[in-house]
Design a protein around this ligand. Structure first.
Ligand code: DX5
Ligand code: ZN
Length: 218
């Protein structure tokens, strides 16, 4: 499978969110990454159901919803109803992760698990076969435009080895500080999905930037 590009609308102009989503529709983006923050799990608040619903009305591509919230299990069905195709919950926010993943799958969405930079991937050993997407955070979640954490390469390799050892099929997604320099290295290490926020939306030509990320050949 060729890798997937998931631009994050967190870096878009919220005053013209429709334009951003239409641009993504026309681009070579595969998914649209949507960052939900509650001001408790992370020290920032982004947006919730009404904004996701508005994005869904325009979007022609799967919505990859990254929940940076406490107690995500309370809102899974609502996020699905508002348009989420992939729902990622944080490992650190889910004491009953197995149950929460089953809950996500029961809605028909793909089930993702996001991990903070300090959380070892080995903790997924007994759950990896139940996950559709592992989202490795390559920055501390909460803000766009942060510096990429180099240790991520090592975590991708460890996660890839775990997936292979367990004969699991989940995708490896990288979120935070992705750009044209580190993207080829991330893909070479085993990444399947690259999230990119500020690198796409602050570039002079976002569709060309997305295309350049998509066209990386190893
Ligand atoms: C960070 C979010 C990211 C963010 C990435 O908490 O999860 O998805 O939008 O933005 P960049 O690509 O600017 O680091
Ligand atoms: Zn994200």
């Amino acid at each position: 499978m060729s890798h997937l590009i998931a631009p994050s609308v967190l870096a878009a102009n919220f005053g013209q969110l429709d334009h951003a989503v239409e641009m993504l529709n026309q681009s070579t983006a595969d998914w649209i990454h949507v960052d939900v923050m509650d001001g408790r799990f992370v020290p920032n608040i982004s947006f919730g159901f009404p904004v996701l619903n508005a994005i869904q009305k325009t979007a022609l591509k799967p919505l990859d919803v990254h929940l940076m919230i406490e107690h995500p299990e309370l809102y899974i069905e609502q996020f699905r109803a508002a348009g989420a195709d992939v729902i990622s919950v944080h490992y650190e926010a889910c004491p009953h992760l197995h149950r929460t993943l089953q809950q996500i799958k029961a809605t028909g969405a793909k089930a993702g698990v996001a991990m903070n930079p300090h959380t070892p991937v080995s903790l997924l050993s007994d759950i990896i076969q139940d996950i559709d997407v592992v989202c490795l955070m390559s920055v501390n979640p909460g803000f766009g435009g942060q510096k990429f954490i180099q240790h991520t390469y090592q975590k991708i390799k460890e996660l890839k080895a775990l997936i292979t050892a367990k004969e699991a099929t989940c995708l490896i997604e990288i979120d935070g500080g992705v750009n044209q320099e580190n993207a080829p290295l991330l893909l070479a290490a085993g990444a399947d999905v690259l999230v990119a926020g500020s690198f796409v939306f602050q570039s002079a030509n976002p569709p060309e930037t997305i295309l350049a990320l998509k066209q990386i050949i190893l």
